[in-house]
Design a protein. Structure first.
Length: 94
């Protein structure tokens, strides 16, 4: 079963936390943005938040990238937060 996380590649170093969020949905969205930019990415602890809903505000969901991809991941995250990947609402897409 594929969970959507990028496979572990020892040559890229250990997984490091790029950011934490409190919504599994947001974590999965960020993982998809990173993977679309060719940055291996993984979501950790999402199942804890889903299983223990009452504790969700106390359990952050981690979005992780390999150690050697951290700078590229930070760049992609910054671009996402700036809105660089947003669609222009004035244009018509066919």
């Amino acid at each position: 079963m594929d969970d959507g996380n990028s496979p572990y590649d020892p040559s890229l170093g250990d997984w490091q936390t790029l950011t934490t969020v409190f919504s599994p949905t947001e974590a999965y969205l960020l993982r998809g943005v990173l993977q679309a930019a060719r940055v291996p990415a993984s979501v950790a602890d999402a199942h804890l938040v889903q299983a223990y809903g009452l504790l969700a505000p106390a359990i952050p969901v981690r979005v992780q990238v390999p150690e050697r991809c951290m700078q590229q991941g930070q760049d992609v995250l910054a671009a996402f937060e700036r809105g660089d990947y947003g669609l222009n609402e004035d244009e018509v897409y066919e």
